[in-house]
Each structure stands twice: as C-alpha cells, then as structure tokens.
Design a binder for this molecule. Structure first.
Ligand code: SF4
Length: 207
C-alpha cells in the first residue's frame, strides 16, 4: 500500500486511521474542513484497508508506540470492525500492556444489527463515544446522521458498553461556532447511562 497515513502520531500518542467513511456528517467534522490533523494527511486512497497494512505501519514506528493507542481518524473506525479486531489482537499479543481505545460515533450496533461489544472484550479497553447532544433533535442538527434512530442507538451503545465492562466516556464537542448544547443535561444523561463524561474542545487543527 502506498500511503502511510493509516497510523499517525498526535501529541506523542499513536492513532490508527482506518476509514474516511462515516454514518454521521457532523457540522464540525474536520473531514470537510481541512485535509490534515496537526500535519498528518488522513485522506486514504482506498477504503480497502487491511490489518496487515496497519500492522506494517505500526511496526515501522514501533519505537514511538505509546502506552495507549487510539482508533480514530477521518471517519468511523467501527465501520472496519474486522480490521479493528485483527489489529487489536496483534497489539494485545505483542504489546500486552498497551491500552486500546476506540473513538466512535456509537452507531455500530445499529449498523451491524447486532450487539458487537462482546466481540471486542479483551481486545478494546476503552470507548469514547460522541453523544453530541441532549435530545434527538439537537443530535440530528449537529451530527446529521444517515441512519434513523441514531441518537437512541448511541445511548444504547454507551449503556451496553458500560454493562460489558468497557471504560466508557461520552463526549460533547464544545467551542464550535453555532453549536449550542445543554451541557448540564448532557452530563445528567451520561450519568444515567453510567459512563464518564468529557468535553472535547474543538480546535482548528483537529480534535
Ligand atoms: S462522527 Fe466523527 S468522523 Fe463522523 S462525521 Fe462526525 S466528526 Fe466526522
């Protein structure tokens, strides 16, 4: 594979970029705004990403591997579930102390029409899930999802991830122009779902 942007470094942490596809089209998505995250060009020439290619790029920077590796790029990583599983299995076997996190829009169970979380036990440690709003109306305005019932699916995903024992955080992007959410309500919803909460400040160079 020609391009070397399946794996990139951001503030000393290794990130894995598996796809440019997503079931959301968020108003603040940097896919539509610029073509790099802090200098890394994350546009892929192909959606046919293979685990071997990711592993090859990981090993090429093995001296830089961080204690936590994150699946997060210009798209929704869980759309490449099989690749996540293969790469995570490799990392866990070869670098067993590495913590693996997936930053996700939380649509996976809706997309695959099954609960995929049990399949990721022992492979993924943490999920960071974009809650994006306090109601379906706010969520739809901000995330512009392709699929019906996405907001409920996101909340179900968070609830299920907590139940399955994953370290789960619901996130809200802040500081984006025209983006107005009821933060106390989002915190309350997150608490009800049993997850941790985190604000992700939107920054020009990526988030
Ligand atoms: S979920 Fe992430 S990748 Fe998908 S549109 Fe929103 S910001 Fe972009």
């Amino acid at each position: 594979m020609e391009e070397y942007n399946l794996v990139y470094l951001l503030e000393g942490k290794v990130y894995i970029n598996l796809t440019n596809s997503c079931t959301n089209n968020c108003v603040f998505c940097i896919r539509d705004i610029k073509d790099d995250v802090v200098g890394a060009n994350l546009f892929l020439n192909t959606e046919n990403v293979k685990a071997e290619d990711v592993i090859e790029q990981l090993e090429a920077m093995h001296d830089k591997l961080s204690s936590e590796i994150v699946f997060c790029g210009y798209g929704e990583p869980m759309l490449k579930l099989d690749v996540i599983k293969q790469v995570a299995k490799y990392i866990k076997e070869k670098y067993p102390n590495t913590i693996l996190r997936v930053n996700t829009n939380g649509h996976a169970n809706l997309v695959y029409k099954r609960n995929v979380l049990p399949e990721l036990k022992g492979l993924i440690d943490k999920f960071s899930v974009s809650l994006n709003g306090e109601t379906e109306e706010v969520y739809n305005r901000i995330s512009q999802p392709n699929l019906s019932y996405s907001y409920e699916a996101v909340k179900d995903f968070i609830r299920e991830a907590v139940k399955e024992g994953f370290d789960t955080t619901a996130t809200i992007v802040t500081n984006y122009k025209g983006y107005d959410v009821d933060m106390p309500k989002c915190i309350e919803i997150t608490k009800e779902l049993g997850a941790k909460f985190r604000e992700r400040p939107w920054i020009e160079n990526g988030y």
